[in-house]
Structures are given as C-alpha cells and as structure tokens.
Write a protein that binds this ligand. Structure first.
Ligand SMILES: [Mg+2]
Length: 345
C-alpha cells in the first residue's frame, strides 16, 4: 500500500516535470487567480490616451476561431491528431441538441489529442487562413490607439503561438488574449483545458465584458464609459452579444442567426475591411453626437444598467445563480431595438 503510494507520488512528480511550465519559452500554462482577471493593459489603453481628448474611448473585443481566422484551431487539431472529423461532428451535434454542454464536449475533444504542442502547431501553420483584411485592421487599431483584445473559448498557448506566427511577435504583443488556459504534457499525451469560468461554456464572454465595463467605467468622467465593440461568429459568442455597445457578426453564421432570432442590433461583416469602415464611421458619429447632445450615440442601455447595478453588489449575485441560457433572455425590455429591427444598417 505504502509502496503504491510512493509509486504514485513518484509518478506524479515525473508527470509534473513533463508539464510545460510557465517559465518555458514556448508557452505559459499555469493559471493563477490574477491571470483570470481581464488584463489591466486591456483596460488602460496601452498606447496612451485616445488621439483626441474629445473622443470617447473605444475598445474592441474579438473572438478568434472563425472570426480572426476562418477556421477553428481546435477543429484542425482534433481532425489531424485527435478524435477525427467523424467523431467531432457527432460531438458538435451533442452541443447543438443540448445533450451535452460546450465545456463537456470540449474536454472530450481536447482530451483525445495525442501530439506534442510543436507538432500540432505545424499543422495549424498550413491549415489556418487569416481574415484577408485583419492585418490592416490591426494596424488601424494601433494607429488610432484603440485597444484590441482577443476574447476566446479556445486555449491561450495555441492562440498566442498562432498570433506570433501570423502577425509576428512584435504585433502579437499588442494584443491581449482573454481565454481559457491549458496544461499540455511535453510528450503530447495529455491536453487539459484550464477553464476561465465554472460555467457550461468554460469562458463566459459576457462576464468578461461586464468585468471590463465595470473596471473601465469607474474611471470614466461621465455615466457612459467606453464604447465597447464585440466581433464574433459562433455559439460561444451568444451570451456576449447583448453586452456590447456595437456588435459585429460574421455573415451567415450562428451569431448572426441568433441576432436575427432575438432582434438584437448588429452589423454583419464579410471581412475586417467592412469592420474598419464601420468603426471609422461609428467613431465619428459617436463623437459628433456627444459634442452636440452630451450623449454618445452608440450606447447599450441594458448593458449599462447591469453595470450600474453591479456597483451595488446586486447583479453578480443574480447572475451567479442564473444559468447561461436563461441569462440570454433576461429583461428584454432593456433592448434598444425596435420590434421589427434586424441589422442596424
Ligand atoms: Mg468563433
């Protein structure tokens, strides 16, 4: 019995040695409570204050898989080195039908991998396509001092390595990644997501945006806080759709369907060029409206209602006890969308 225990401890020690540690150059994997907060650099504009003091601060949160990149990093890995595309389709169906949660299914998919990180990454280098206008859009954000953050249901070490590869390390450094983390054994036999939130989605993007809004707004001189833009495409983006001031949804995918079903205002896009055009217009209109009426034009009253309530410590309690699906239908009267509205352009 003792021998077994000793053996187990020795084994555990050996396994721990095989885990990639945060000190490794390749990736950071260990998560602390501090890591789980929205990074401070996402809240405070890392490039200094906005170019114009008259301009309302604007911050962008963008999904990664299917949004910045046209494919899904996880799917590429599962198909090449894990459960395979047939099993993945069955598992995807289980999420759609509600039989199992996104988090349960994701754990099975990531757990099916058996490939060292570096070898898995080689497949992604060739299989991934970046949105053709993303690089230019990112430069537009840097030039206009607009913080751009990735908000993802994926795994941080993968997302960072992909951004480093496709944008170069210097540009990649300008982007904060708010996502789940991972523990990956050195030999690739174990891939384990470290979830950001204890919810069926693993990363509740709505909670992350609320956290950002409440932190950023406490520094705001007026009642409206920064203009929050969210860009997404799929299932993991649905809860966040109601939290942004301006929402972009990739055309023809699940997030757009959801916006139409629930009459949420959104702007459809095909590439980041469309987003750049609209963000430029929105910044100008918002600034003009604020100068002439004292109120920003792009302002989500429902999301800001939550923000004000949360300062009284009430809402976090309510939210914590409310299942994610129900939260999507909360207080529709706070929606600013007319009954017959679809897109806002
Ligand atoms: Mg996506």
């Amino acid at each position: 019995m003792v021998a077994t225990n000793n053996h187990t401890k020795a084994e555990a020690k050996e396994e721990a040695k095989n885990l990639i540690s945060p000190k490794d150059e390749m990736t950071e994997v260990t998560v602390t409570t501090e890591d789980l907060r929205v990074p401070k650099s996402s809240v405070v504009n890392r490039h200094g204050r906005s170019a114009s003091f008259d301009r309302r601060e604007i911050v962008i949160f963008s999904d990664f898989d299917g949004t910045i990149f046209l494919q899904d990093t996880g799917h590429i890995l599962f198909d090449a080195h894990g459960c395979g595309s047939e099993r993945r389709k069955v598992l995807d169906e289980q999420i759609k039908s509600g039989e199992r949660t996104f988090r349960e299914v994701s754990e099975e998919m990531w757990g099916s991998l058996n490939v060292p990180f570096e070898d898995g990454f080689e497949v992604m280098k060739t299989a991934l396509d970046i949105d053709p206008d993303f690089r230019e859009f990112h430069q537009f954000c840097v030039d206009n001092k607009i913080p751009f953050n990735v908000i993802s249901a994926g795994l941080k070490p993968i997302l960072r390595a992909v951004l480093d590869e496709f944008l170069g390390k210097k540009n990649s450094k300008n982007i904060d990644i708010i996502s789940n983390d991972a523990e990956i054994s050195r030999d690739g036999s174990e891939w384990k997501p470290v979830w950001r939130h204890n919810t069926p989605l693993g990363h509740d993007k709505a909670a992350t945006i609320k956290e950002y809004r409440s932190t950023a707004s406490s520094d705001s001189e007026d009642d409206q806080g920064p203009l929050i833009v969210f860009i997404g495409d799929g299932v993991s983006d649905l809860p966040a759709a109601r939290e942004a001031d301006v929402l972009f949804a990739r055309k023809g995918l699940r997030l757009e369907e959801y916006c139409l079903e629930h009459r949420l205002p959104y702007i459809p896009f095909e590439t980041f060029k469309d987003i750049q055009k609209d963000v430029t217009r929105i910044m100008a209109e918002d600034t003009h409206s604020k100068k002439s009426t004292g109120k920003a034009k792009y302002h989500n009253p429902r999301a800001n209602f939550w923000r004000r309530m949360s300062s009284k410590q009430m809402v976090p309690m309510v939210i914590a006890r409310t299942p994610v699906e129900e939260r999507m239908y909360y207080w529709p009267e706070f929606s600013s969308v007319p009954r017959n509205a679809t897109a806002i352009r």
